[in-house]
Design a protein around this ligand. Structure first.
Ligand code: FES
Length: 103
C-alpha cells in the first residue's frame, strides 16, 4: 500500500529552490520550493502563527525542529501542522489562527 505524503512534505519534484507561489491566509506569497514553511512565513512577514489559548498572546516558531509545537497552523486543510517541519511546494495553502479568527 502506498503511503500518502504528509501535508507540506518535501517536494519530490526536480526543482528545489525554484520560486513558487503559495497562499497564506488567502494571499499569494512567493517562496522557494523546499524551504521550510516557517522560513517562508517569516520571510513574508508573518510571524504570529497561532494564539496562546490562555493569554491570547501571539505565538510563532521557536525551536525550529518540531519539538515545541509553537508553530502549529493549518496546511492544506490539515490543522495542527508544524510550520517548521513542512516544506514549501507550489500551491501550498496555509492558514494561521489569526486569520481563522478574523472570519
Ligand atoms: S518551531 Fe517548534 S515545533 Fe515548530
Amino acid at each position: 500500500m502506498r503511503r500518502r505524503p504528509a501535508a507540506g512534505a518535501r517536494p519530490a519534484g526536480p526543482d528545489p529552490g525554484a520560486e513558487v507561489e503559495i497562499l497564506v491566509n488567502g494571499r499569494p506569497v512567493r517562496a522557494l520550493a523546499g524551504q521550510s514553511v516557517a522560513g517562508a512565513l517569516h520571510q513574508a512577514g508573518v510571524d504570529a502563527l497561532r494564539r496562546n489559548p490562555v493569554t491570547g498572546e501571539p505565538r510563532g516558531a521557536f525551536c525550529g525542529m518540531g519539538v515545541c509545537f509553537e508553530c502549529e497552523l493549518i496546511i492544506d486543510d490539515v490543522p495542527g501542522s508544524r510550520a517548521c517541519m513542512a516544506h514549501v511546494r507550489a500551491g501550498l495553502r496555509i492558514d494561521t489562527e489569526d486569520h481563522r479568527g478574523a472570519g
